[in-house]
Design a protein around this ligand. Structure first.
Ligand SMILES: [Cu+2]
Length: 763
């Protein structure tokens, strides 16, 4: 058919009977498009490197912090197509996050001292690791504003847990995982008293204010952080910044840098020079070198004190026991990044043009020999810079963060002031290539580029400003992620991607094939606890229970109805609705809301959710499915009737439609015709190896569910017809047809899937 159309157009053009502009466009060559759109060969190459044709998928998946949105942004590389926003610290309506009771319980874990917090400033995502390599099982992300950490399970991309840091008032350096994800590291930022609700004046900064680093114990089997097994190190009131865990030879150690080791206190309103002046006066700050394995042993041995119910190793203990050391690092560093082999630690001082490569071996030698140049004011041993340094390399202005390539010794460092990325060799200490990016790059990210097994290929520059880059959308600009090809000697800029959901601070990427998310839940699962939901019911078990002024509905969802279709309440009743999605087919999500009561749930196949509200206003409130789920989606609704006090019914019958015997027979004919379609589809499906296709098996299960319901409806229409009640007979026959239509819809989808995926004939 398509061939014919092309041929006939060609013939028409040849005969001088073209359709003018329209046919010229349809025959446009690549050269024509390049000319019309003013594209260079370089543009075309970039387009070819990023274009992912319909039906094809991306090679890598990025989890980017969503900045002030408190969420995580998921997108694909090389297409840069956004795949999802993950609801984490902020309510998100589509996913029902914060609008159903189950997700509200997760958000409630993030309350601080009883105060619910509905936003977050997400900064650094981290993917769980096994042997230092990304395993694609979990994602962690921190909230800088309200020091918290969240756990997202990558089996369903849902937030499962939020933990509040018990001793900080702000943090920045989370989340970073140890090589087997035993611990998730979270370091403080602005020093404050560690005790909750404790006031000390700023004049007491040196004595009473402290920083710290927390090691959250991650229980991989439970998929949750275990706060009881977690601990922190008390640190001097330097402003701790980013962290990284050692790996390979440096496994068991972690590194946290700091700035404002001056411990300067500003106060511009009192005539004191501002923080920015006093916090960058010295030439060096301190990199904290921590033996976290030994720290965990000290905690287990009872050496920690308890602050706010949390175990904290005091400075006296960590300095005495050889757990904590400091090394000078160039002025106001930002990134600390351990090399893939775990032998070096690369630190960039953003107010210095150098990037410093520290040798873990040298650090260990100095520690073993107790060769320290001094002690800081808190008694922490300071290792001399020259005793720890492997080399320093001049990269450019404002070096910040470093990521690694799959090629040995190759690293990429962002240059904030220069707005460039430097590609350099940290073994030879020389710059190999530089590329200009758009304004003011912060973090950068290579594929799995902070793991023990970087994948190379692509790099993303996370730029802070997007001036002049996109169609203007008002004074608040989107952010700009730029994709760079790093597979060749020279870096090539491929793509600008606007990100419109907050300032994405850092991002991590993983090979797409490492992610194995599910497509459905075991029927009746509370996805936020991963446990059976107590409100779940199966088909036929739906019920509404009223006790006093409490109404509890145990309902189900399946194309295209909600059971029950009516909920009756008296004004002032407390209404709890549990809903289970009985579908098995992929992507057959139903949503649920009740008009004006501010509740919403996203109920994917197998999931059970609960919404709860007080029916405090009398009236009639439709509820409906919010996710377009089938041709009869709009009919997937019901009514919440909130009756005034003391209301009594006066009418007992619904208005009649006046259906006749003729209508009934027409419906029966429609049912018979549809059955013929179903039989032919079933004939095809069972003639091939459909059982080898789990997605098809799920669709067949759902279709069978629908067909099984026919028996009951058929008995009803036949019984009504025997009594010549054509109204009931016709309506129940119509219901039979509805079940058929849904079964046929599923059957046809299954048939198409089998045909497109190479199903084979069976005997
Ligand atoms: Cu629906």
């Amino acid at each position: 058919m398509r061939k014919f159309a092309v041929k006939s157009t060609a013939l028409l053009v040849a005969a001088g009977l073209g359709f003018g502009a329209a046919s010229a466009w349809s025959a446009e060559s690549l050269q024509d498009v390049m000319k019309r759109r003013n594209l260079s060969q370089q543009d075309l190459l970039a387009a070819a490197k990023t274009y992912v044709p319909t039906g094809k998928r991306d090679e890598f998946v990025v989890f980017s912090s969503g900045g002030q949105s408190g969420q995580v942004i998921v997108y694909g590389i090389p297409s840069m197509r956004i795949l999802k926003y993950l609801a984490v610290f902020t309510p998100e309506p589509w996913q029902g996050y914060g609008y159903d009771e189950n997700s509200k319980a997760v958000l409630a874990q993030g309350a601080i001292d009883g105060k619910q917090i509905t936003w977050g400033d997400t900064h650094h995502p981290a993917i769980s690791e096994t042997d230092g390599k990304y395993d694609g099982q979990f994602l962690f992300i921190n909230d800088k504003a309200n020091p918290r950490l969240a756990v997202i399970d990558l089996r369903d991309f849902e937030t499962k847990q939020i933990v509040v840091n018990p001793i900080y008032k702000s943090e920045h350096g989370g989340a970073f995982v140890t090589p087997n994800s035993d611990y998730v590291i979270e370091a403080a930022q602005y020093p404050a008293p560690l005790e909750n609700k404790k006031f000390y004046p700023l004049e007491d900064m040196n004595e009473k204010y402290r920083g710290g680093v927390t090691y959250w114990k991650f229980d991989r089997k439970e998929g949750r952080i275990d706060p009881k097994q977690s601990f922190s190190l008390e640190l001097p009131p330097y402003w701790q910044d980013l962290s990284d865990a050692g790996k390979g030879p440096s496994d068991g150690w972690s590194f946290t840098n700091s700035f404002c080791s001056e411990r300067y206190v500003g106060g511009i309103e009192k005539g004191r020079p501002p923080y920015e002046a006093g916090c960058s006066a010295k030439d060096t700050d301190y990199l904290h070198v921590i033996n976290w394995k030994k720290a965990a042993e000290l905690v287990a041995a009872g050496k920690a004190k308890t602050i706010n119910g949390h175990k904290v190793l005091p400075l006296e203990v960590t300095t005495k026991e050889g757990v904590l050391f400091l090394v000078p690092e160039p002025k106001s560093p930002h990134g600390v990044d351990v090399t893939p082999d775990g032998k070096f630690i690369i630190v960039s001082g953003k107010l210095d043009t150098h990037t410093s490569v520290y040798s873990f071996e040298k650090l260990q030698a100095a520690i073993k020999a107790s060769k320290f140049e001094s002690k800081d004011p808190y008694g922490v041993p300071v290792i001399g810079l020259q005793d720890a340094l492997d080399k320093q390399v001049q990269l450019g202005l404002g070096p910040l963060h470093t990521q690694y390539d799959s090629k040995p010794c190759i690293a990429y460092t962002s240059l904030y002031v220069d707005s460039q990325v430097a590609k350099w060799n940290y073994c030879e200490g020389k710059v190999v290539d530089k590329i200009s990016v758009h304004y003011n790059i912060g973090h950068l990210m290579a594929m799995e580029g902070d793991s023990a097994d970087p994948k190379g290929r692509y790099l993303v520059a996370l730029n802070k400003l997007a001036i002049d880059r996109f169609v203007p959308v008002g004074p608040l600009h989107p952010q700009n992620h730029q994709l760079i090809d790093i597979s060749n000697d020279k870096m090539q800029l491929l793509y600008d991607m606007p990100l419109p959901l907050g300032e994405p601070h850092y991002a991590v990427s993983i090979s797409a094939d490492k992610l194995k998310p599910g497509v459905r839940y075991k029927v009746g699962t509370d996805s936020r606890t991963d446990k059976p939901h107590p409100g779940a019911v199966r088909a036929g078990e739906e019920k509404t229970v009223k006790k006093g002024n409490k109404i509890e509905v145990f309902g189900t969802l399946i194309r295209s109805h909600i059971t029950p279709e009516t909920i009756e309440a008296d004004v002032g009743d407390e209404v709890t609705i549990h809903l289970t999605n009985l579908e098995r087919a992929q992507d057959e999500t139903h949503g649920f809301t009740v008009s004006t009561y501010n509740v919403h749930g996203s109920i994917e196949p197998g999931k059970t959710i609960t919404v709860k509200f007080k029916a405090d206003k009398e009236g009639v409130y439709p509820y409906y499915c919010t996710e377009f789920c089938s041709a009869l989606h709009l009919e997937m609704m019901g009514y919440l009737l909130v009756k005034p006090k003391g209301w009594k019914p006066t009418k007992t019958e619904m208005a009649k439609q006046g259906y006749t015997e003729g209508d009934y027979k027409t419906t029966l004919k429609k049912v018979a015709d549809t059955q013929a379609v179903i039989d032919s589809v079933v004939g095809y499906i069972t003639s091939v190896n459909f059982k080898d296709f789990p997605d098809v098996v799920a669709m067949v299960e759902d279709a069978t569910d629908q067909l099984n319901k026919i028996k009951g409806a058929k008995e009803k229409h036949e019984a009504a017809a025997a009594k010549k009640d054509w109204e009931q007979a016709n309506l129940w026959a119509e219901q039979v047809w509805q079940y058929q239509v849904k079964a046929a819809d599923l059957g046809l989808r299954a048939k198409t899937y089998l045909e497109q995926n190479g199903a084979k004939k069976v005997k």
